[in-house]
Design a protein around this ligand. Structure first.
Ligand SMILES: [Zn+2]
Length: 484
């Protein structure tokens, strides 16, 4: 199914839609609707269970606006930029490297402004939209700048382009909370901003997006110690190495052969695969990719992505795992002039950081694509979603078979019981029972509870399973435990 069709279904079913629609929209921003918000929150809940409950990470929440020195230290003020060119006739902006790569069919990584200007000239590249002449390329910083406070003393600030740096800043306080021991991990889920030059696929390249980034602070003396790898590290998966070779092997093998340089990277790649599979992303479409030497940040010794191969739009990067060394904390030591080193057993050092950086919006697109089921011949003449219960917007819908003979009253009683048991359930009284099942399937609700005439007699209800369409009778008293 095409990207546009999936988004169209998402719009109609209250999952996701373009923001500011009544004012003509603005590229790079989306709203999560009533159904999408539930899915997004559930996805975050699965993530928190994995990293906070199982892995023992802490969580922080920091501001999205931060003063300029933070981003001077991180390097974003200087180099978080893309080279841009604009059409002189219609004003359409383009990322110069993408445009040249596409039109001239050459590799443009690492090309300078003058290289790109030369290429535009040489290959006679014009505006793809109107054929107009292109302006000389220039550097465009992707951070949104703002000012805090009025007048002469106003402070230059930026909307954060990533959560990571804001997690590093209170390192000293976090180290205290961790009882002055390493390693420890800190999760931050929050919004970040990038003023993308021309975002096209809304859910993939957003100007405001949600990140879930985990920073592990490590002792360099022990960071390469062996770890017990999760089960997911023992399954075959497609791996693209930094030399652009594609091999099929397990994460464990790749670690033993030295392709993956650090046991913790192998560990976190496996955990990421578990997370994506748990939330319902098709595991057969996941693969691993190691960053090439010429694309990796100079301070990182090894960087990996988990990618999803989308049938509709190609490769999508879902998480990046990077050994950042002591670069970030050292930069903040240099600019802030504060001592962020630690002293453990008489050794004074700057901790290293291993970062696990998830986007949240992209996995939701991949989830929609993975769980969308076509209409079938056996009675379902509509597309439906097979979301796993952990991320489905509601656990169950509660329906009275008829709008009479005390059935709605009984249904309300069952609804209250499930609500009070802490379950996300909804009731729906409009249309035939078949239509109500269809609407539940359309937003991927795994169970439908129906109150019929037997319910009044013997206190049982039917529970319909979305995936099999099978119904079974269950006593009302057992229902909360069953749905949980
Ligand atoms: Zn143009």
């Amino acid at each position: 199914m095409s990207y546009d069709t999936i988004l169209e279904i998402g719009k109609r079913r209250g999952i996701v839609y373009p923001s500011f629609e009544i004012y003509g929209g603005l590229a790079g921003f989306i709203d999560y609707g009533p159904v999408g918000s539930r899915i997004k929150n559930n996805l975050q809940e699965v993530l928190r269970r994995q990293y906070i409950v199982s892995e023992g990470c802490m969580e922080v929440e920091c501001p999205t606006v931060s003063p300029e020195p933070v981003w001077v230290a991180s390097g974003h003020v200087k180099s978080f930029a893309d080279i841009t060119t604009e059409c002189l006739k219609c004003g359409e902006p383009y990322r110069a490297d993408h445009l040249v790569a596409q039109k001239a069919n050459i590799r443009t990584e690492g090309m300078s402004i003058s290289d790109l200007a030369k290429a535009i000239d040489e290959y006679r590249i014009t505006c793809p939209k109107c054929g107009g002449k292109l302006e000389n390329p220039y550097t465009f910083n992707l951070m949104f700048q703002t000012h805090v406070g009025p007048g002469r003393n106003k402070v230059t600030a930026y909307l954060r382009p990533e959560t990571a740096q804001t997690t590093y800043l209170p390192f000293k306080r976090l180290f205290e909370t961790a009882r002055r021991k390493l390693p420890f991990g800190v999760l931050q889920i929050g919004r970040s901003y990038r003023n993308e030059i021309s975002p096209r696929q809304v859910m993939i390249r957003l100007r405001e997006f949600l990140q879930a980034e985990i920073q592990y602070f490590l002792d360099p003396a022990t960071k390469n110690d062996p770890v017990n790898l999760p089960q997911e590290a023992k399954k075959n998966i497609s791996i693209r190495t930094k030399k652009d070779d594609v091999v099929e092997k397990t994460i464990e093998q790749a670690l033993n052969e030295g392709i993956i340089t650090c046991p913790l990277i192998a560990y976190h790649l496996a955990l990421a695969l578990r997370f994506f599979t748990d939330v319902g992303i098709d595991p057969s479409k996941l693969s691993l990719r190691q960053h090439r030497d010429d694309e990796r940040a100079f301070y990182s010794s090894d960087t990996w992505d988990v990618e999803y191969l989308s049938p509709s739009i190609g490769r999508i990067e879902l998480v990046g795992i990077s050994d950042r060394g002591d670069y970030d904390l050292t930069q903040h030591i240099n600019v802030s002039k504060q001592d962020l080193s630690v002293n453990i057993d008489g050794r004074k050092f700057v901790p290293h950081v291993l970062e696990v950086a998830y986007g949240v919006d992209r996995p939701i697109y991949c989830l929609l694509e993975s769980c969308l089921r076509p209409a079938d011949k056996e009675g379902r003449d509509y597309e439906w979603f097979a979301f796993p219960p952990a991320v489905a917007p509601y656990r169950a819908g509660v329906f009275a078979l008829q709008k009479k003979d005390n059935l709605p009253e009984k249904a309300r009683e069952v609804f209250e019981l499930l609500k009070n048991a802490g379950l996300y359930v909804y009731s729906d009284e409009s249309g035939s029972i078949g239509r109500r099942y269809a609407r539940a399937d359309e937003i991927g609700v795994p169970y439908a509870v129906t109150i019929d005439y037997d319910s009044l007699k013997d206190g049982t209800v039917t529970v319909r399973d979305r995936d099999t369409k099978q119904q079974r009778r269950v006593s009302i008293s057992e229902l909360p435990a069953l749905l949980k």
